[in-house]
Design a binder for this molecule. Structure first.
Ligand SMILES: [Zn+2]
Length: 293
């Protein structure tokens, strides 16, 4: 489905995507990995576009680079909150600040987080705004550095992160239900998440003028790799046969669970780590860009 003969339609398909996809103004993410910021008008060398006929939206884990193009073309006009600048112009920070979380909803979320093994800590990120203002507010912030597994031991994060509670709940579930299970399938246990990042008040990829990052509202998480109880460390930037199965399973689980997954192969900003977030897009559009090699 990604054979060389598909490349002939890549340029046209790409142009169509750019025309209808203002919400994917995180253009560095949507462009092929060889494109650099500022080279937006250049013809993409090889986005492996699928057939030009719109097909039903594939499952998230099937959303390889070209398949995203197919899924995106037939979408209706975006809702206002999805409009965030167009790839053909300088991205605008037009995303509204996240709505605050109701106290009762926050309490219920915290309860669920704890039930999933999450251990909230009182101390939040030093760079977290006191109450959170504007685009850098976190609705219902939770700081944590440990998730206890049902079988007993805790998985630690190599530093505490602060994210919104709904994201913390998703992360605890990912660690407990997916990552720990992957480690068990490979004969060991999950010990630590390495190179973690949560809240950060900054534009996407740290680029001035870009849209505000999902990290700014505590809706995103970065991860460099995992450490297993038998001492193995699997870094997602690796490209070795010994860890490929594990990395592929982590990729699959991430793309099934999160709405955005950007890892090695997505662009230069994600060559060394994997970014996941719960950004809501129209029609539940999801991004899964992580080439496991
Ligand atoms: Zn990130």
């Amino acid at each position: 489905m990604r054979g060389p003969r598909r490349l002939a339609v890549a340029g046209m398909a790409w142009a169509m995507v750019l025309a209808v996809l203002p919400a994917e103004a995180q253009a560095p993410l949507a462009r092929p990995k060889s494109a650099l910021p500022g080279a937006k008008a250049a013809a993409p060398p090889a986005p492996a576009a699928g057939p030009s006929v719109p097909l039903p939206k594939p499952a998230p884990q099937r959303l390889a680079r070209g398949e995203r193009s197919r899924a995106a073309v037939p979408l209706p006009l975006p809702r206002p909150e999805d409009v965030g600048g167009s790839p053909s112009v300088a991205p605008q920070d037009s995303a509204p600040p996240p709505a605050p979380m109701e106290e009762a909803a926050f309490a219920a979320c915290l309860k669920d987080f704890t039930a999933r093994g999450g251990e909230a800590i009182a101390k939040a990120d030093p760079d977290e705004p006191a109450k959170g203002e504007g685009a850098c507010a976190i609705p219902g912030p939770v700081a944590f550095s440990r998730v206890t597994l049902p079988e007993g031991p805790a998985v630690t994060l190599d530093s505490a992160v602060t994210v919104r509670c709904t994201m913390a709940l998703e992360l605890a579930s990912w660690i407990r239900d997916d990552l720990a299970a992957i480690a068990r399938r490979h004969g060991t246990a999950l010990a630590q998440l390495k190179g973690v990042g949560g809240h950060a008040c900054r534009p996407r990829n740290g680029q001035a003028g870009a849209q505000i990052s999902e990290h700014a509202s505590g809706n995103a998480f970065d991860l460099l790799g995992i450490k297993l109880a038998d001492g193995r460390v699997v870094e997602f930037s690796q490209a070795d046969a010994a860890t490929k199965d594990i990395r592929a399973e982590v990729q699959k689980s991430a793309c099934e669970r999160f709405r955005t997954v950007l890892g090695p192969g997505a662009d230069s900003a994600h060559a060394s780590h994997v970014h996941v977030d719960m950004r809501q897009r129209r029609n539940d559009f999801r991004m899964c860009q992580w080439d496991v090699k």
